[in-house]
Write a protein that binds this ligand. Sequence first.
Ligand code: 5MM
Length: 341
Amino acid sequence: MSERLEDIAAAMVADGKGLLAADESSGTIKKRFDVIGVESTADSRRDYREMMFRASEAMTKYISGVILYDETIHQKAADGTPLVDIIKATGAVPGIKVDAGAKPLAGFPGDTITEGLDGLRERLADYYKLGARFAKWRAVIDIDVSKGVPSATSIASNAHALARYAALCQEAGIVPIVEPEVLMDGAHDIDTCYEISKATLTKLYAELYAARVALEGTILKPNMVLAGKKSGKVSSPEEVAERTIKLFRETVPAAIGGIAFLSGGQSDEEATANLNAINAIGPHPWKLTFSYGRALQAAPQKAWGGKAANVAAAQAAFAHRAHMNHLAALGQWQPKLEQAA
Ligand code: 5MM
């Protein structure tokens, strides 16, 4: 495969393919395993992820790349094969989460700043040797308008950190996924999500430009524009599509390598329906696909339940969700396909 950044980025958003976000940190994967009653150990995490990476139908047909956590990129399958080699054998590109998580932003209660820039140049060089050809850094922007969250300082600081991260990635021959996640957890309406997302993306692209990042060799991982979970409102797929595309046309350069959405707490079917509606109102200047964590993994996690006997059922559940999102990335999904399954 080509090592040019723009070619790697293009492969990550190849027609009908998207990314599997399997980069849950140890704390997050423990929360997911608690739900299915599985103890989180290095071996159980390995077994679970090996199950997905060996799901050959899902991986070869629908998954362009996998975002890994530091532990996973070093792990070997039960038979001794490095997990990275299993991913590569399916044709998918291995990637790595390199941020050190969102921490409270000093002086701005309720805001966070994502850390991890110290030593990043050296870590990227190590990850490149291990096979990573893209990376991910997630900035977290919460919304609580009554408390003045997010502050302009939080948006600016996170955009600056994302730009410094992206420049270091490109220096290392690694495609940066820039993920400025405006959380959907709040009580805000869709207009507020739109305004905060607009301020965030405007600042992000100003910083990427100032940092001399080559946009063709980047992927944007954004939230969709929708009402917050605590607002009591559910935005329709048509409304989500219209507002999200309006936002991107106003803020996201056509030059970028592509867009791969996070699911952010939407149900798996909701995330598929919204992605489908977004692509159905195309054509758009960018490819728009998925980089889902929860919306791809909730069903296989439930089917797996930590038992080797359930591996085939879990792989089938993963293949189904990946297939549905493949269709949504092409704007060809229909609700009746879910019932048929
Ligand atoms: C898979 O979850 C990722 C890692 O989260 P933590 O660092 O908090 O453990 C997360 O960054 C993920 O890649 C994105 O948020 C997309 O995942 P969802 O579940 O929102 O689709």
